[in-house]
Design a protein around this ligand. Structure first.
Ligand SMILES: Nc1ncnc2c1ncn2[C@@H]1O[C@H](COP(=O)(O)OP(=O)(O)OP(=O)(O)O)[C@@H](O)[C@H]1O
Length: 250
């Protein structure tokens, strides 16, 4: 299997503090790959580096073998590497369908024109329906985003990210803050969207990681401590110690 996303010796310093230090990461095409680690381990920073929201202090990042270290986030998104935009980028006063239609515009470079008349937006209707169907939100398409549950908003967030047609989808804590009853829905959704693409996810919920992920990279204090299947990293004494030392139950 080929490597679709790779970090080589990547570091990020914030005013002399090493948030990420000499990280090597190889994500195989088609995998669901988790980044885990205690709070402050550098997971979100590494995510920002991979998607070019942060510039690396040193090291290189490759997407499908191409060096993207000097590229911006919009450029890498057009090349197929997209991170979920988080709920803050969802418009609460719009319907779920309109949120997806606005997201679809981004792909056509008109994201700043969200006041486009509905006759123009309607050209995205079919694709919006398909995306809503994919994330199980068809029956709620006409509801305002502000009226639906947090779990549905996270599903909508995934639909708006899929609108960019990513080959590699990065999800930052997709389960965080979710009611327990909504978790299986999002787990199944991630499994389903991962059938046609590679997924990299930061996730604290280890049972979700166990059920979804082919490979797990453990970051501790900005460095890779271990990598392998969930079972391998779970049985790794150094990983257990790092988690227990940080106050987690393992
Ligand atoms: N912009 C910044 N300026 C200074 N320090 C930062 C900045 N962003 C992150 N850090 C620090 O870098 C370290 C890693 O942070 P990061 O958010 O990447 O960790 P994390 O593993 O995602 O943590 P969590 O699980 O709590 O979200 C932390 O000590 C954090 O305080």
């Amino acid at each position: 299997m080929s490597i679709v996303l790779e970090a080589r010796q990547v570091s990020k310093n914030f005013g002399g503090f090493h948030a990420v230090r000499n990280v090597n990461l190889r994500v195989q095409e088609g995998n669901i790959h988790a980044l885990i680690g205690p709070n402050g381990a550098g997971k979100t920073t590494l995510f920002g580096l991979l998607t070019r929201f942060h510039s690396a202090s040193s090291g290189s990042i490759f997407l499908k073998g191409e060096d993207i270290t000097a590229k911006g986030p919009a450029e890498v998104a057009l090349r197929g590497l997209c991170r979920s935009f988080q709920i803050s980028s969802i418009f609460p006063g719009l319907t779920l369908r309109d949120n997806v239609r606005v997201a679809l515009q981004r792909r056509y470079g008109s994201s700043h024109q969200f006041w486009l008349p509905s006759r123009v937006l309607s050209r995205f209707d079919d694709e919006a329906e398909q995306l809503l169907d994919l994330v199980g939100l068809t029956s709620l398409a006409q509801r305002l985003c502000s009226e639906v549950s947090y779990g549905r908003k996270r599903a909508l967030e995934i639909a708006t990210t899929l609108a960019m047609q990513p080959k590699v989808l990065l999800l930052d804590e997709p389960i965080a803050g979710m009611a327990a009853g909504d978790v299986p829905m999002i787990v199944e959704l991630i499994r389903s969207v991962a059938k046609d693409r590679t997924v990299v996810m930061v996730e604290h919920n280890l049972s979700v990681v166990e059920s979804l992920c082919d490979k797990v990279t453990v970051l501790v204090r900005g460095e890779v401590m271990a990598e392998g299947t969930y079972r391998e990293i779970r049985d790794n004494p150094a990983v257990r110690e790092a988690y227990i030392g940080a106050g987690y139950e393992v």
